[in-house]
Design a protein around this ligand. Structure first.
Ligand SMILES: [Zn+2]
Length: 252
């Protein structure tokens, strides 16, 4: 749950305006609110992303107001968006040997795009702050990131969707498909206790059309999972593609 105590005055004003406007739109459904995942403080790892990937709280109001559209508007396009984490923006996490997260992400993303295209999907390869993200409509959007080299002993992957989802059931299915298929293909363990606000309030979730199911996956740690995520990008990509297909085949 988000606490009002943490809001700045400007945020509170923005939220008030939003609430008033939203009440006047009584014929449209409000986005469902769901609880944040409970984080065990002792298990939370330091965030590996720059602050810009996290949307400030005041922006939620803007997003939710913009999100009030009819689900019937959205065509089934067999289109999928894949965000290459940090592409066109920054290197992301950097290992002591110079290996960057952006390189690792892009190597996987290129194969994901290739495999989904072979399945007949129109696939958009999107940069981290791609201008096409604004109002982006597709059958699914998945952003691909990797965790840093800075956590010795940490191994595994995790998947999240936006905290305040307009389509929580669909996004939960997408997350679950990605967990299940990625785990089955790669054999990597789940590492859900390191999910942070950088994932659940990931900026792209607040830019895309709210009826586009979205998820972010952290494919593994660049130190302990190097042999998987750097050396075997095709296997990593296959795990992600199988997760996306699992979801899309439930939603033809
Ligand atoms: Zn990242």
């Amino acid at each position: 749950m988000l606490s009002l105590a943490g809001l700045s005055l400007m945020s509170a004003v923005a939220l008030s305006v939003w609430l008033v406007v939203r009440e006047n739109l009584s014929s449209t459904p409000a986005p469902a609110l769901t609880a944040r995942p409970t984080l065990s403080e002792s298990n939370v790892l330091p965030p590996t992303h720059s602050d810009r990937l996290l949307v400030p709280m005041a922006d939620h109001a803007t997003h939710d107001l913009a999100s009030i559209v009819s689900a019937d508007d959205v065509p089934s396009s067999r289109r999928v968006g894949i965000v290459a984490g940090h592409a066109g923006y920054d290197p992301g996490a950097v290992c002591p040997n110079g290996l960057t997260e952006a390189e690792v992400n892009m190597a996987v993303v290129r194969i994901v795009v290739e495999l989904l295209s072979q399945q007949g999907y129109q696939v958009d390869l999107l940069e981290e702050f791609d201008t096409r993200l604004k109002g982006y409509r597709a059958d699914a959007l998945v952003s691909i990131h990797a965790d840093s080299c800075e956590v010795p002993g940490a191994s595994g992957f995790k998947v999240a969707r936006v905290t305040h989802s307009a389509i929580p059931e669909a996004e939960d299915r997408l997350v679950e498909c990605l967990y299940r298929e990625y785990e089955a293909v790669t054999g990597l363990p789940r590492h859900p206790n390191s999910i942070t606000d950088n994932m659940t309030n990931y900026h792209a979730f607040h830019e895309i059309d709210p009826y586009t199911p979205g998820a972010i996956i952290e494919i593994g740690f660049m130190l302990e999972d190097y042999a998987y995520i750097v050396r075997r990008p095709r296997m990593i990509a296959r795990g992600i593609v199988n997760g996306i297909l699992c979801f899309l085949q439930q939603n033809p």
